[in-house]
Write a protein that binds this ligand. Structure first.
Ligand code: KMT
Ligand code: NI
Length: 174
């Protein structure tokens, strides 16, 4: 997985938007973001991680124009709205590719994480992020949830800044 600062140049969200400034693993760790690469031929390792971290639920999502049909544009738009979740969630890429943008704290810069098959990303509860397909227009991913799937995104706004999960997240990285 490559991580770099987003260039903030307006235009197609599916383009790389690479500012040329790489982001180190240490920096990612400092905002609570963990990642591993696990070849898709070794998917049993996913079960081990899920057990170790107490994950009880999962689903598979395939994002393509054909697959989502009439919902395609709306879904892509909602994934790319800056949001948070109230639980830690794992994304494991089975096929295709895409970008998870996460907010650095306290600069509020976007860090773009480039994910390909085999990449696993742990998104801590409360981190502001967004997702987009890249120019390949296809991703198939496992989404792992600790408890009941709570994948409803909570869009960033005045309320999220005082959301207890957001507050706890900021404490955890302080
Ligand atoms: C998220 O949390 O934004 C998503 O799950 C996006 C789709 S997963 C490739
Ligand atoms: Ni999300």
């Amino acid at each position: 997985m490559r991580a770099f600062y987003f260039d903030n140049i307006p235009g197609d969200q599916r383009l790389l938007h690479d500012s040329g400034n790489l982001v180190s693993d240490d920096l990612l760790k400092s905002i609570g973001l963990l990642h591993w690469h696990i070849p898709t031929s070794q998917q049993n390792q996913i079960d081990t991680i899920a057990e170790e971290r107490n994950y009880k639920n999962r689903d598979t999502i395939t994002i393509t124009k054909e697959g989502l049909g009439a919902l395609y544009e709306a879904k892509l738009k909602s994934f790319y709205e800056e949001h948070m979740h109230e639980d830690e969630e794992i994304r494991y890429i089975l096929e295709g590719s895409g970008f998870f943008d996460v907010r650095e704290h306290p600069t509020d810069s976007w860090i773009r994480c480039q994910l390909d098959a085999g990449d696993l990303l742990v998104l801590p509860a409360g981190i502001y992020h967004r997702f987009t397909l890249d120019e390949n227009n296809m991703i198939k991913a496992l989404r792992l949830f600790k408890d009941e799937p709570k994948w409803t995104p909570i869009n960033r706004g005045d309320l999220t800044d005082v959301n207890p999960y957001r507050v706890d997240y900021l404490k955890s990285i302080a």
